[in-house]
Design a protein around this ligand. Structure first.
Ligand SMILES: Nc1ncnc2c1ncn2[C@@H]1O[C@H](COP(=O)(O)OP(=O)(O)OP(=O)(O)O)[C@@H](O)[C@H]1O
Ligand SMILES: [Mg+2]
Length: 468
């Protein structure tokens, strides 16, 4: 029997380079050496073991990303070795090596978690291709993980700014909700931060490495929402040239965030309710049901109880979604957070434009006096515009968008010298309609400039159409 030696990498370790560690487990010295040469030529760090037991000792002692495992080892059977390796390194990619005529055991190994297999005798080119594929796969996996981490740190709990007592209460509910698997209904006016709260619930929970998929129920037409949510099979409708998985299935193990859930048609409400209750979906055009394992978060700025009373929202779905509920306070209810939010946005804007920005006392007074019907989003957009229109480091009150004072300035005077009172809703409607007109019908730009979400804009336009 030959003695196995853990090798040092023979390729120069480039600074910052992240070489993959490959372990070769084979009792034939010639095979170990040949595989090692190929792996090293591709830039892997390698180590070798001549028995299953030896490989376990090495796994306990060092990091291993890829294992090339001979299924026919003396002592422990290959499948048992695979099991032990996966117990120790669930993340490692295992390629099994099998003899001619024993492919059946390789198939079994793949069912037990092996990534791929090669049959002996194999050419070095064959091995090279396989290892290249593995390294591509691991690179992608790392990139995805980094991306998720980046999003997580950007959108996580920490990114919600606010110290008002209502916000502290909200953080406690978010922490509780994150560790349960129940649906959560997130309530709050437009721009209060419903989406970042939903992301925080997902990313601070145990399934944060699974997908978080937002679905905008307000801006998609019902047939599109149905095929997006439930998926469809080839030929289900004109244009369905191939089958597509629905978002409720794609989010497997993670969260689907149903934004503006109050906008769902009654027909879709019934389908959604059934999917949540039975934990399965039926893709459009299919007769088969597909099991799903997904957490539902929903948000709305509508009064759903009123919608239930009016018969436009199903009571049973409302109860299903409302197992836990939280309400995000409007910005005018927590004015003490305005300076904190302002500092947060100014810091971000300063960083983005590489120009320090601060606010004069007068400008801060104006921000504190405003009612912010578009809430935090409106404050964020207002500061963005102020920065764009201010060349120096200090933003003065006159540098703030005039929309902040529009409520006072647009009030026409009545005959008795007292300003005629105009309901805010009317002013809002007029502003929205005028802005869209000025922008030649560009609703997306109008929403951005007005500091409201596009969903909110679409919903309001629908409401105006129903009133007229
Ligand atoms: N507490 C907060 N701290 C920091 N940023 C916030 C906060 N609340 C909201 N924001 C920011 O305000 C903007 C609007 O937030 P979000 O999209 O979550 O609101 P929303 O309630 O979903 O709005 P809408 O109903 O219009 O869709 C985002 O850019 C978000 O990052
Ligand atoms: Mg939203």
């Amino acid at each position: 029997m030959t003695t196995a030696v853990a090798s040092a990498p023979i390729l120069p370790q480039l600074e910052g380079a992240n070489l993959l560690n490959l372990m070769i487990v084979d009792d034939e010295r010639a095979i170990r050496e040949a595989c090692r040469e190929v792996a090293q030529s591709l830039g892997f760090n390698t180590c070798v073991a001549d028995s299953a037991e030896h490989s376990y000792r090495m796994l306990d002692a060092q990091g291993v990303d890829v294992v090339l495992l001979d299924l026919k080892l003396p002592g422990a059977g290959g499948l048992e070795a695979l099991h032990q390796i996966r117990e120790r390194r669930a993340d490692a990619v295992v390629i099994v090596v099998t003899g001619y005529g024993t492919v059946q055991s390789a198939v079994q190994a793949m069912k037990n978690g092996a990534y791929d297999y090669v049959t002996k005798p194999f050419s070095m080119d064959e091995l090279k291709l396989l290892l290249q594929r593995v390294s591509g796969h691991l690179k992608l996996k790392t990139e995805n993980r980094l991306l998720r981490e980046k999003i997580k740190s950007k959108q996580g709990f920490g990114s919600i700014v606010g110290r008002a007592p209502e916000m502290e209460k909200l953080y406690r509910i978010i922490a509780k909700a994150a560790h349960s698997n129940h649906p959560v209904l997130i309530l709050g006016e437009s721009g209060t931060g419903k989406e970042i709260v939903a992301r925080s619930i997902h990313y601070s929970g145990p399934f944060h490495d699974k997908p978080f998929i937002p679905v905008d129920c307000g801006s998609l037409v019902p047939t599109l929402i149905e095929s997006e949510l439930f998926g469809y099979v080839k030929g289900a409708f004109t244009g369905a040239v191939q089958s597509r998985e629905g978002l409720l299935a794609i989010a497997e193990g993670g969260t689907v965030f149903l934004d503006e859930v109050g906008e769902l048609s009654v027909d879709l409400q019934a389908k959604l309710l059934r999917s949540i209750q039975e934990k399965e979906i039926r893709p459009v055009g299919s007769t088969k049901r597909v099991p799903i394992n997904v957490r539902i978060l929903a948000a709305t700025n509508r009064d759903l109880e009123q919608a239930v009373a009016q018969g436009t929202f199903r009571r049973d779905l409302y109860f299903r979604l409302n197992v836990l509920s939280l309400r995000i306070p409007a910005l005018r209810e927590r004015r003490q957070d305005i300076p904190l939010l302002t500092a947060h946005f100014l810091e971000r804007l300063s960083r983005a434009s590489a120009q320090e920005r601060s606010l004069s006392d007068d400008a801060m007074k104006a921000l504190l006096a405003c009612d912010w019907p578009g809430n935090v989003r409106e404050l964020e957009n207002c500061l963005e515009r102020a920065c764009a229109f201010t060349s120096g480091p200090m933003i003065q009150a006159c540098g703030l968008p005039s929309a902040i004072h529009s409520v006072q300035s647009t009030m026409p005077a009545g005959g008795n010298g007292v300003a005629k009172i105009v309901p805010i809703a009317d002013l809002e409607k007029q502003t929205i309609i005028n802005t869209i007109g000025q922008l030649n019908g560009d609703k997306l730009l109008a929403a951005k400039l007005l500091g409201i979400g596009k969903t909110t804009l679409y919903r309001k336009l629908k409401e105006y159409a129903a009133q007229d």
